[in-house]
Design a protein around this ligand. Structure first.
Ligand code: FDA
Length: 400
């Protein structure tokens, strides 16, 4: 590709959404250049799903996403479904399996998804400019969007921003997309780390940190979020799927200015009251008795934290009820999160109220598109974030 190149579409960010969009626009006959600053291609796909890429989920609906504009994602998700992506994966002969809760993973390696997208881009004759540092972006009436990079200058009537969110800066995440939004007067909902481990206050941490590595099933609740999955004690607080899921809702509540505690039901929906009633005559300490339901070391530490150190038989009914309430509504106020360094995704991003839900184009800036995680649409854990990347990339490509 020459130093000054005019094309139909410039896509910045060759991750999940950018590759999908570039491939499909290329296959529709558009001349596409795909620009990325990273040395390696699609690192986030590579490290995803523990190296096996949880590439979609069988059960996708708008309810699996958080956004300041909850209906925005519907149109794109309806027009590119998990079945569409599964058909693509099958066409490329990639073997996969359902792990749990509709989550689909490669049998072998996430590298297969990257190779598949590279083949799709090759089919669309997409030109790669990678690694290429973007120096600036401008819009000129005659030339359209002009992107100046250290690998040459490109201009095109359409520019697609697919630079993702802020999580894991050490593999190339930047705030580029938000800066471009600001440059073109498009509002951004403040980005926050999501699907992220939570940190706890000193007193709770002193009791729990020695148990780092211990896992147990909970129902985690906060705002509209409710997840029955595993929680995991860490050296800094809590993690595990239930905690990662609920962290997004906790962050959303904080962002809305009404922080709420994270509530953990340690009986995961079972009736703690009835269970304690059935043991009302027990001479065992609560910490020992609860070891029937929870990992022993955790049960003891938790009972100690609650000050529940008398045998059940010695407790009044009111004390037993208070213990049951604490078991099913253990309210924790996180001291914070482990930040973007440990977050799987970014909550917030380019404000969807400024975008067309059909095409992902900025309504006030013809030819400028935002797709994938840079947009204020954040999926649950379980393949939903990739499905959003595929679907939003596809939506934009149909309009290019
Ligand atoms: P993505 O981050 O994929 O791509 C952005 C691209 O833009 C990158 O290639 C980057 O180098 C480039 N870029 C950034 N700044 C730039 C700049 N200034 N100039 C040029 N290029 C720039 N989701 C899921 O559904 N299933 C899963 O199994 C997992 N697993 C997982 C594990 C881990 C550890 C993380 C951190 C995340 C996940 N995710 C996930 C989330 C998923 O990876 C994420 O939502 C998608 O990759 C988002 O796709 P995008 O294309 O929007 O961004």
């Amino acid at each position: 590709m020459g130093f000054n190149q005019s094309v139909d579409v410039i896509v910045i960010g060759a991750g999940a959404a950018g590759m999908m969009c570039a491939a499909q626009a290329g296959q529709r006959g558009r001349r596409v250049v795909l620009v990325d600053h990273a040395e390696k291609r699609a690192e986030k796909i590579r490290i995803s799903g523990g190296g096996r890429c949880n590439f979609t989920n069988l059960n996708v609906s708008a309810a699996n996403f958080l956004s300041s504009n909850p209906h925005f994602c519907r149109s794109a998700l309806a027009r590119y479904t998990p079945q569409d992506f599964i058909a693509l994966v099958q066409r490329h002969g990639i073997r996969y399996h359902e792990k749990t809760l509709g989550q689909l993973f490669c049998d072998e390696s996430s590298a297969q998804i990257i190779e598949m997208l590279e083949r799709e881009c090759a089919d669309g004759q997409v030109h790669w400019a990678q690694p290429a540092r973007v120096l600036d972006v401008a819009h000129e009436a005659a030339a359209g969007y002009r992107v100046r990079t250290d690998r040459g200058e490109f201009d095109a009537p359409s520019l697609v921003i697919a630079t993702g969110g802020l999580s894991i800066p050490k593999i190339g995440a930047t705030d580029f997309g938000y800066r471009i939004a600001h440059q073109f007067d498009i509002p951004v909902v403040t980005p926050r780390p999501a699907l992220v481990p939570l940190t706890l206050d000193r007193a709770t941490l002193d009791a729990l940190a020695p148990l780092a590595g211990v896992a147990f099933t909970v129902e985690a609740r906060c705002g509209d979020g409710r997840f029955r999955e595993q929680a995991l004690v860490t050296h800094k607080g809590l993690s595990g799927p239930a905690i990662l899921q609920i962290s997004s809702y906790w962050q959303a509540a904080c962002a809305a200015g009404h922080p709420e505690p994270v509530v953990l039901d340690l009986f995961a929906g079972d009736d703690a009251d009835a269970w304690l009633d059935a043991h009302a005559n027990s001479n065992a300490l609560p910490g020992n008795l609860l070891a029937e339901r929870l990992p022993r070391r955790f049960a003891r530490a938790w009972a100690q934290l609650q000050g529940a150190e008398r045998a059940l038989a010695q407790m009044s009914e009111r004390e037993r009820q208070a213990l049951a309430q604490a078991l099913s509504h253990w309210a924790l106020t996180p001291s914070g999160t482990q930040g973007f360094a440990k977050a799987e995704v970014t909550l917030g991003g380019v404000d969807t109220r400024a975008l067309s839900s059909k095409t992902m184009a900025a309504t006030a800036r013809p030819g400028l598109y935002f797709i994938g995680e840079v947009v204020d649409v954040t999926g649950h854990l379980g393949g939903y974030n990739f499905q959003w990347a595929w679907a939003s990339g596809h939506a934009a490509a149909q309009a290019l």
